[in-house]
Design a protein around this ligand. Structure first.
Ligand code: SF4
Ligand code: SF4
Length: 230
């Protein structure tokens, strides 16, 4: 799994998950069939993920991230509403949206090393057929829950109250229109502080987060043992 998770995301999951032997050979994103078939260079990136606050801080350590286009908030960078709406619509009709993720640039992802759990776990095909696709969906759900748990702990640690964090988390729900017009633009230093907090507290937090999601991890590992390992 470490090849898919990458160094940063491997540290977020329990060792037992990172050590699973899963190798995907069915897809080649550099020769994306979707791109060729639709004659549009957007691949599967007519979607934009939530980039958690501490991950934004980690990105800013190594690159000049342009925050102006992204929808900045204390929880992290959010998909623009028009991209999200078009993506949701494309799931109920044929084909993909023409709108594209802010981080997509001429066939490549500008934040590939730290792309979030959703992008990291998405495979349009799997070497393990349908079971593989289901496995990656379970992986995405698990990894996303870890990311969301940590970003909330970061917010609490940086001084937000529990009720404020609950309200802010509504920003991550694309169907919750009540709060998505609230534009809050934290500075780059806020995100860098979030990453510092994560680094300072991760040894303490990760075991707690893993423990709260233990049932999901067991489901994921059981699925792997039954459907992929065999
Ligand atoms: S995962 Fe996305 S980029 Fe990779 S081959 Fe599939 S559609 Fe193309
Ligand atoms: S973050 Fe990267 S991989 Fe994910 S949708 Fe955007 S461009 Fe594509």
């Amino acid at each position: 799994m470490q090849g898919v998770l990458g160094e940063f995301y491997s540290q977020l999951v329990p060792q037992g998950l990172a050590a699973l032997k899963v190798t995907e050979r069915a897809i080649h994103c550099n020769q994306c069939e979707l791109e060729t078939h639709n004659n549009r260079a957007i691949k599967c990136c007519g979607f934009q993920p939530v980039i958690a606050n501490f991950v934004v801080g980690a990105l800013l350590e190594t690159q000049e991230l342009e925050l102006i286009n992204a929808y900045s908030s204390p929880v992290g960078l959010l998909p623009k509403k028009e991209v999200q709406k078009a993506h949701n619509k494309s799931r109920t009709t044929e084909g993909f949206s023409d709108l594209v993720c802010d981080f997509y640039n001429q066939g490549f992802c500008k934040i590939w090393e730290l792309r979030n759990s959703t992008c990291r776990s998405f495979f349009c095909k799997s070497s393990y057929s349908l079971a593989g696709l289901e496995f990656w969906q379970l992986t995405e759900d698990y990894l996303y829950s870890i990311e969301m748990s940590i970003l909330q702990l970061v917010l609490l640690e940086t001084g937000y109250s529990l009720s404020e964090v609950t309200e802010l988390m509504r920003l991550t729900d694309p169907d919750d229109h009540a709060v998505t017009d609230v534009l809050i633009k934290p500075s780059k230093s806020f995100y860098k502080d979030c990453f510092d907090v994560f680094n300072r507290k991760k040894e303490e937090w990760l075991p707690q987060v893993h423990s709260s999601l233990d049932k999901d991890l067991q489901n994921l590992i059981n699925f792997y043992n039954k459907k992929l390992k065999a």
